[in-house]
Design a protein around this ligand. Structure first.
Ligand SMILES: [Ca+2]
Length: 457
């Protein structure tokens, strides 16, 4: 084992130092960015979910078990991935995607998106699928378009055609592949539904018929008790995507969600096969993650837009040359880390100073490494504005949440991974709550938060 690690270290250090030297050694980069896939909804985290292609791909690489998105809602999360900063910094709050253009227009930011930076690093950049930020060519991609409709088939066809062309390009490629699945509407074909028995799937341990009336669960703007998607029924069997949902309804909804993920898995498997047939798989770094999680009846909720694990935590893995295989890491990761990681893998020495994430290359070299002790996320429901949201500070053991109406929560992730017991008023845990409050306060100052968290003791 020790010998293997030593050899691996030599290989990777050679690879990464060489990557800074010439374009010929730059790996291709592929980000597969799914929509609304919660961290448990992948085979390697839940054997109920059938994702053989994703499981096989993940097994060839490094699985990140503690990955959190900068903001658990589509447009805000995507703007953070592309800009490398939090929603309060880029201004795309909830679904206000037009703010992204305004952000880019400010100062020198127009050349600061991930795509712009990879263009500068010598890559051909392409985007297919869901943008949610306008045309991807408007924020730096050289090729590609936005897919508005639910069906991902054209997205995968265009991505495959892009790879056909780019495989022989002298430049390395950077492909952003953003399927719309498993976002609602959930309308799986029968062949994928048939993989899952009716009435059998287990519900999450924190399943409830409907949510507790709490700002913690609020998916609206501060002060509301709004739980999304109760009236949304454009799904298989007209199933509602929000509360209240009884056990039978919830089981069938989860069945449809898993079936859509199995279809998505099949399509991703075809893209990997395409890379292999073109002879570029071995020189392509693949990053897989989702834009946010999803409540499958956890805490009585649907949708996302909370700081709960189901909403803010996503499945993630990285596969590629020099990346260890068959390994999982518990290192805390932010979706904001993808941007600097890709730049460093592309051989960029001087990372843009505005980035709030950290390169994960140290973890790719040594899966025991860590790049942070705490990770942050923020979110507000549709209609919210800058500075109104829930905020979260998460360490490996603890999660501290400040809601949009200033209520505080503390969850012990080791003893209570389903977040059923708020420990904020437990006297002996006060030092932990105080420390997390200080950390969150520092983060709030960094992102220019207008709210002030009083941390005086
Ligand atoms: Ca989403």
């Amino acid at each position: 084992m020790r010998l293997t690690l030593l050899v691996f270290g030599l290989v990777t250090s050679t690879l990464w130092s060489a990557a800074t030297a010439t374009a010929a050694t730059q790996p291709n980069l592929l980000v597969i960015f799914t929509d609304d896939q919660t961290f448990r909804a992948i085979g390697y985290n839940d054997p109920q979910v059938q994702t053989p292609h994703l499981d096989a791909l993940a097994k060839r690489g490094l699985i990140f078990d503690n990955a959190y998105v900068a903001s658990p809602i589509c447009a805000a999360s995507r703007a953070s991935m592309m800009s490398g900063v939090f929603p309060q910094q880029h201004g795309v709050i909830a679904l206000k995607y037009r703010e992204f253009r305004a952000y880019q227009a400010g100062g020198t930011r127009s050349d600061q998106t991930l795509a712009h930076q990879l263009n500068l690093a010598g890559y051909h950049t392409g985007f297919y699928g869901k943008s949610h930020l306008g045309a991807p060519t408007s924020y730096g991609f050289a090729a590609g378009d936005e897919r508005g409709a639910y069906d991902d088939k054209p997205t995968f066809e265009k991505a495959a055609a892009y790879l056909d062309v780019q495989a022989t390009n002298a430049k390395p490629f950077f492909l952003w592949l953003a399927p719309r699945q498993p976002h609602v509407p959930l309308l799986p074909e029968q062949r994928w539904l048939d993989l899952y028995p009716e009435g059998k799937l287990a519900l999450p341990e924190n399943y409830r018929l409907e949510p507790r009336q709490s700002s913690l669960n609020n998916q609206g703007i501060p002060g509301q008790h709004f739980y999304r998607d109760s009236n949304y029924r454009r799904n298989h069997r007209d199933l509602p995507a929000g509360p209240p949902r009884d056990v039978k309804t919830m089981r069938e909804f989860i069945r449809a969600y898993f079936a859509v993920i199995s279809h998505l898995d099949h399509q991703i498997g075809q893209i990997v096969a395409k890379l292999r047939s073109l002879g570029v798989l071995e020189n392509t770094v693949i990053v897989f993650l989702s834009d946010n999680g999803y409540h499958l009846g956890s805490h009585g909720l649907g949708n996302k837009i909370t700081m709960h694990e189901e909403s803010a935590r996503v499945p993630m893995f990285i596969v590629g040359p020099g990346v260890p295989s068959g390994v999982r890491t518990s290192a805390l990761v932010s979706s904001l880390d993808v941007y600097p990681t890709l730049l460093q893998l592309a051989g960029v020495r001087d990372l843009p100073e505005h980035l709030m994430g950290r390169s994960l290359v140290p973890i790719l070299k040594d899966p025991q490494a860590e790049v942070r002790t705490i990770v942050f996320s923020e979110c507000v429901g549709v209609g919210g504005t800058v500075g109104q949201g829930h905020r979260m500070a998460r360490t490996k053991q603890w999660k501290y949440i400040l809601t949009g109406t200033d209520e505080q929560y503390l969850f012990d992730q080791q003893k209570d991974p389903f977040e059923l017991r708020n420990r904020i008023d437990t006297p002996e845990l006060k030092p932990i709550a105080d420390e997390l409050r200080r950390e969150l306060s520092t983060w709030m100052q960094q992102v220019g938060d207008r709210k002030s968290l009083d941390v005086r003791e």
